[in-house]
Design a protein around this ligand. Structure first.
Ligand code: PAF
Length: 280
């Protein structure tokens, strides 16, 4: 597997692959890889001739006071995992490579979808995500970009960015990978104390119970949210940031729940904020 630290190296390798007529998949990551990321790599390997993963803890998507400095960095292990799973090149740029002195551009989605859900408490987050992913798309020029459905809002926003700005590629969403007890795999799970980790299973249990309510005819979004709030509040270590029901494309809150809608939540356990969701 090639380890490329510069944009020039990536471009040269991509040009060589293109000359051979090969298709390219991109898996953008911030490293600290787990089975969720690896499932994206495997999907890319299945769907594309060559797979590029990026490992870059993107500073522009963290606000002051968030976990940029303590975000886990495990590059050697990441390289092993990527190599074992068929990745062809990892792009591992320094911050200065992506944001050289004088850098001054950004990609911003201007509809309300960036203010919903995580956007309410992280108002600048998606601007940073779109800017770095837009740059990665321009650097790697993939045919397909692979992203996890666990970050459902990020996925919807990136699909919109690609649609509205005519990036010539397909954004592919891949299912959330879970621990045996249902907790969604996340690099941030490593921040949880043993007690918080045990408590966090309430998220999956609540989503399963909400699914059953929906299947048995509950359609009022407020009722669904109240049911979920009450259940999560039975766990003393959980502090709800939001529970919301939105449509699956524009992420606008709905009153009546219907197929295709997204039920999404963010909940703190101590200082760790976990997100999860399911599609109705
Ligand atoms: O989902 C992530 O890990 C990040 O937001 C991404 C897409 C790699 C952009 O930095």
């Amino acid at each position: 597997m090639i380890i490329a630290e510069t944009i020039t190296e990536v471009r040269q390798q991509v040009a060589a692959w293109r000359k051979e007529g090969l298709t390219i998949g991109l898996v953008p990551t911030m490293g600290a890889l787990h089975e969720g990321h690896i499932s994206l790599v495997r999907e890319s390997v299945k769907e594309c001739d060559r797979t590029v993963a990026s490992v870059f803890v993107n500073p522009t998507q963290f606000a002051a006071g968030e976990d940029l400095d303590k975000y886990p960095r495990t590059f050697e292990r990441d390289v092993e995992l990527l190599e074992q799973n068929g990745c062809d090149m990892v792009f591992y740029p320094a911050v200065e490579e992506m944001y050289p002195a004088g850098f001054g551009a950004e990609i911003q989605i201007t509809t309300d979808m960036v203010h919903q859900l995580c956007g309410a408490s992280r108002p600048t987050h998606f601007k940073g995500v779109c800017t770095v992913v837009g740059k990665l798309f321009n650097i790697v020029t993939p045919d397909k970009g692979f992203f996890g459905e666990k970050d459902a809002q990020q996925l919807a926003i990136l699909k919109k960015m690609v649609r509205d700005l005519n990036f010539p590629l397909e954004v592919v969403g891949c299912p959330t990978i879970r621990e045996a007890d249902g907790l969604a795999k996340s690099s941030r799970n490593s921040y949880l104390s043993p007690e918080e980790r045990a408590a966090a299973v309430i998220l999956y249990k609540t989503m399963q119970a909400a699914k059953e309510k929906l299947e048995s005819g509950m359609t009022d979004a407020e009722e669904v949210k109240k049911f979920m709030t009450d259940m999560i509040q039975t766990e003393p270590l959980a502090k709800i940031d939001y529970i919301q029901v939105v449509d699956g494309i524009d992420l606008i809150p709905v009153k009546e729940v219907s197929p295709g809608d997204l039920v999404a939540l963010a909940v703190y356990f101590g200082s760790t904020r976990l997100i999860d969701n399911f599609t109705v």
